[in-house]
Design a protein around this ligand. Structure first.
Ligand code: KG4
Ligand code: ZN
Length: 332
């Protein structure tokens, strides 16, 4: 079964072709970083316009790279939410029209489920059940995943998402947008114990997160050390990163233990972070856990993960209807 996946929830226009749920035939991602960079964040109206411009070329490229014609596509899967409504509508409306024109079924997919399913695109996918830590620009959450279509939310952030904290810290340090990857690189050259930040553990035994406090602490430190910022930048980045990674890793392992589960997965845009990948691997191994961290191309927003979810729902006979609409906030 050949599925064309489409993703346009934020600032990436993406299309991918997947065969039988897991075999990747192509994955194309057009990033809008250039468009939003100078505004220091995603501008929704500009994002929608760029999606309109890119959706057809990206889909055509995905088909060409997969070596398929439109007639070879058996079904479509498209992100329905959560995300920016104007962005979502571009991919969603395109998919409806394309499926209608080709006379094939389609299904709307939850973006967060998409990130969880990126774990199944790994060469060594996890078996069920496993605990997944989803860390992205919009969400930070722990799930106990028991099948391809069922996951229990164990905890989530009460304020900022981890990626959002990275982006905001980068902004106050004058490092530009998006900041996650920049801080990742900068932190590699710093000493995480030079500038210490309090670990935001909240309730030691709970699985909720909070990252707005550490973001403010970094801001206060930066404001009160204007002359030393250039010298201390790498250490501030390393100190901030170590605190965030400590909490994320600790809660992931603890959540798996709480469910008597020895399999964990790390997914979402922040799963590209080198220090986080390293810590999840070593802490997972130290606790005899089987660790899945998908390749980088499946961590950030992409359409392969959307097609992977779509396959499971289509298999169950679930279909989208022309009257369906997108949703901005998560619903599950
Ligand atoms: O999953 P994603 O592509 O989009 C959302 O669904 O939000 O995640 C984007 C987030 C941004 O906040 C970005 O700064 C962060 O992932 N990110 C990173 C790294 N690469 C991307 N954060 C830390 N380290 C990285 N290497
Ligand atoms: Zn995402």
């Amino acid at each position: 079964m050949i599925i064309l996946g489409i993703e346009s929830s934020c600032d990436e226009t993406a299309a991918a072709v997947i065969e039988d749920g897991r075999r990747l035939r192509s994955s194309v991602v057009a990033s809008q970083v250039e468009v939003h960079h100078r505004y220091g964040g995603v501008v929704p109206e500009l994002a929608s316009r760029k999606h309109v411009e890119m959706i057809l070329p990206v889909v055509l490229e995905a088909q060409a790279k997969a070596g398929i014609q439109p007639a070879d596509i058996d079904a479509l899967a498209v992100t329905q939410g959560p995300g920016l409504v104007g962005s979502l509508l571009v991919g969603f409306s395109f998919a409806k029209g394309y499926a209608f024109g080709l006379g094939i079924p389609w299904v709307g997919v939850n973006h967060l489920e998409g990130h969880i399913h990126s774990a199944f695109l790994d060469p060594e996918p996890p078996e069920f059940p496993f605990v997944a830590l989803l860390v992205s620009g919009g969400h930070t959450a722990l799930y106990h995943v028991t099948s391809f279509t069922s996951a229990e939310l164990m905890g989530q952030t009460r304020d900022d998402a981890a990626g959002e904290a990275y982006d905001k810290v980068a902004k106050v340090m004058g490092l530009g947008y998006p900041g996650g990857a920049v801080i990742d690189r900068l932190a590699a050259g710093g000493d995480p114990s030079r500038v210490l930040f309090k670990r935001p553990f909240l309730d030691k035994n709970g699985f909720d997160f909070s990252f707005s406090g550490i973001k403010s602490a970094v801001n206060r430190f930066v404001q009160s050390h204007p002359d030393e910022l250039a010298d201390l930048a790498t250490h501030i980045a390393a100190g901030f990163q170590e605190a965030v990674v400590d909490v994320l890793t600790h809660k992931l392992v603890a959540a798996a233990r709480a469910r008597d589960c020895n399999r964990i997965a790390l997914v979402g845009g922040v799963a590209a972070n080198r220090r986080l990948r390293e810590r999840v691997r070593t802490d997972g191994a130290a606790n005899d856990m089987f660790v899945t961290i998908p390749p980088l191309e499946f961590c950030g927003d992409n359409a392969a993960m959307i097609a992977a979810v779509g396959y499971r729902y289509l298999e169950q006979g679930i279909r989208g209807a022309l009257g369906d609409d997108v949703y901005s906030r998560n619903r599950q």
